[in-house]
Write a protein that binds this ligand. Structure first.
Ligand code: 4AD
Ligand code: MG
Length: 431
C-alpha cells in the first residue's frame, strides 16, 4: 500500500510508492506518454503516465483529465534533476475525483477585470499561491515578534460606536436602530488594555470607506497594532524598526522559494536591517522642495512625495513629527513645538509608500477633551476613552502596520489587490 505524500516532502519517499491528492495544473499529451503537472497545495510535481506501466482504465483517466480536475494518483517517486522540485512520479494508478468543466483561466493572458471576477479560481495559480504563502508568513512573523517580546494579544471590537481615524471614511451600519461603525483601527481599545497588561497588540480586519481608487487602498484590510504603556515616540520608532526588519528577514529565511516564483529581487530586501534612516517632517518638506515638489508646510505627502522620500535609501524611512493639523485627534503634541505631533510614519522603499502609522498618544484629560471637541467628535461616544486619562494615565505610544501594503512591498507587486484572498475595493464586492 502506498502512503499519502505531499509534494513538498515527496523526496522522503524516493524509490517508494506514494499517493498524491491534488489538481491537474497542466498536461502534455505525447500519445503513450502523458506528462501531468499536479499541484496539491504544497507544491507542483510532474507525474508521468506511461501506457504500458498502468492499468488501461487508469491510463484512460490520465488522458481524459482536464485542467483543474481533482485527481488521486499513485506512483514511484524518482529523483530527476530536470523535474520541477527535483522529483517526479512514475504513475501506477490514477483516479479522477471530479472531471473539471473547461476551465476559464487558461495559460494565456487574461485581463485583470476577468481575473478579479474569477478570483475564487485565480487563487490557484502559482503566483497567487506564492503571494498567499508570503502573506501567511508575514502574519506569523508579526505574531511571533510581538508574542516573544512581551506583548499580549487582545482582540478589539469590529462594531464600534465612534470613529478612530476620522469621520470621512466610516462604514456605517444599523445596530438595532442605533448607528454602529465598522472599526477603522483597534487602537483606542488597545489603549484601554495597556493599563491591564502593559504591552498589548490587536490584530484584525479594519474598514475604511475610501472613495479613491489607488494601487495602495483597500476598503477592508488587516492591521496589526502594538500599544505600550510608559512609552514615548522614540520607543515607538524603535519598535517599528525592529518589527519591520524581523518580518522581512523571516520571509527571506522561510519563503525563498515563493519569492523566486514571484521573481522578487531579494538583494533589496536583504538590506532591510536596523537602523532605518529618520527624517523629521520639516526636513522631509525641505528635501522635497529642493527636489522641485510643489509643497506647503502642513501638506500631506501624496504617493509621489512618499516615493521620493523613500528613495533616500534602500531601507524603509521613518518620518516623524508631522503637523498636528494633518493627523488624528489623539496625537500628543511635541512639548517644544505644539504645532507638531509626536507621530511617525514608516515608508517602504521602492515606491510602496506608508506601511506604518503611529506615535505617542495624548495622556492629559483636558487636552484630549479639547481635541475631541475641536474635531467635532461625539463626546458621549468617547466618554470611556477619556476615562483612561482619569484613572492612572501614562505616556503611551503604538502604531499600526498594514499587512497588505507590507505584503505588496515584500512580494514586489504592482497593486495591493493581489495581497489578500478576496479584496474589497471601490465597486468590487464579488466574489
Ligand atoms: O496610518 P493609519 O491610518 O493609522 C492608524 O489607523 C492608527 N490608529 C494605527 C495605530 O497607531 N494603532 O493606518 C495604519 C496603516 C497604514 O500605514 C497602512 O499600512 C494601512 O494601515 N492602511 C491601509 N492599507 C490598505 N488600505 C487602506 N485603505 C489603508 N489605510 C491604512
Ligand atoms: Mg497613516
Amino acid at each position: 500500500m502506498a502512503g499519502r505524500a505531499y509534494v513538498e516532502t515527496v523526496g522522503q519517499h524516493e524509490g517508494e510508492q506514494a499517493t498524491i491528492k491534488g489538481w491537474l495544473y497542466n498536461k502534455t499529451d505525447k500519445g503513450k506518454l502523458q506528462f501531468l503537472l499536479v499541484r496539491d497545495g504544497t507544491g507542483i510535481i510532474q507525474a508521468v503516465a506511461f501506457r504500458d506501466d498502468m492499468p488501461a482504465e487508469a491510463f484512460k483517466a490520465a488522458q481524459q483529465a482536464t485542467q483543474e480536475s481533482s485527481i488521486i494518483m499513485t506512483g514511484i517517486v524518482r529523483a530527476d534533476k530536470r523535474a520541477p522540485g527535483g522529483y517526479e512520479l512514475a504513475l501506477t494508478s490514477l483516479e479522477i475525483v471530479q472531471l473539471a468543466d473547461p476551465y476559464p483561466i487558461t495559460p494565456k493572458d487574461h485581463g485583470v477585470g476577468f481575473l478579479m471576477d474569477h478570483r475564487h479560481l485565480w487563487l490557484r495559480s502559482a503566483r497567487q499561491h506564492a503571494i498567499l504563502k508570503v502573506r501567511a508568513e508575514v502574519i506569523r512573523a508579526c505574531r511571533d515578534y510581538l508574542d516573544d517580546n512581551g506583548f499580549v494579544l487582545v482582540d478589539t471590537p469590529i462594531l464600534t460606536p465612534a470613529a478612530c481615524e476620522g469621520t470621512s471614511t466610516l462604514f456605517e451600519t444599523d445596530y438595532f436602530g442605533e448607528s454602529a461603525y465598522l472599526a477603522q483601527s483597534g487602537q483606542l481599545y488597545s489603549e484601554a488594555s495597556i493599563a491591564s497588561l502593559g504591552k498589548v497588540y490587536c490584530f484584525g480586519p479594519t474598514f475604511r470607506a475610501e472613495k479613491s481608487k489607488t494601487r495602495r487602498h483597500l476598503l477592508e484590510f488587516w492591521m496589526v497594532e502594538p500599544e505600550m504603556a510608559y512609552a514615548d515616540l522614540d520607543d515607538c520608532i524603535e519598535l517599528a524598526e525592529g518589527f519591520v526588519a524581523y518580518i522581512v528577514q523571516t520571509v527571506l529565511d522561510r519563503q525563498k522559494a515563493q519569492l523566486e516564483v514571484l521573481e522578487r529581487d531579494t538583494t533589496l530586501l536583504e538590506k532591510v536591517t536596523p537602523p532605518f534612516p529618520r527624517l523629521s517632517y520639516d526636513e522631509a518638506v525641505a528635501m522635497l522642495r529642493e527636489q522641485g515638489h510643489d509643497m506647503e508646510w502642513g501638506d500631506d505627502f501624496g504617493a509621489p512625495e512618499e516615493t521620493a522620500l523613500a528613495q533616500k535609501s534602500d531601507k524603509p524611512v521613518l518620518i516623524h513629527r508631522f503637523p498636528t493639523q494633518s493627523k488624528a485627534f489623539y496625537m500628543e503634541p511635541d512639548p517644544e513645538r505644539p504645532e507638531l505631533s509626536l507621530s511617525v510614519d514608516c515608508l517602504a522603499p521602492e515606491g510602496y509608500g506608508e506601511i506604518i502609522g503611529g506615535g505617542q498618544r495624548i495622556a492629559d484629560y483636558d487636552l484630549l477633551l479639547t481635541r475631541v471637541k475641536e474635531h467635532k467628535l461625539p463626546e458621549e461616544a468617547f466618554r470611556w476613552y477619556l476615562d483612561l486619562r482619569r484613572y492612572g494615565s501614562t505616556p503611551h505610544s503604538g502604531f499600526g502596520l498594514g499587512i497588505e501594503r507590507t505584503v505588496a512591498w515584500i512580494c514586489g507587486l504592482e497593486h495591493i489587490r493581489e495581497t489578500i484572498s478576496f479584496p474589497r475595493m471601490l465597486h468590487r464586492l464579488y466574489p
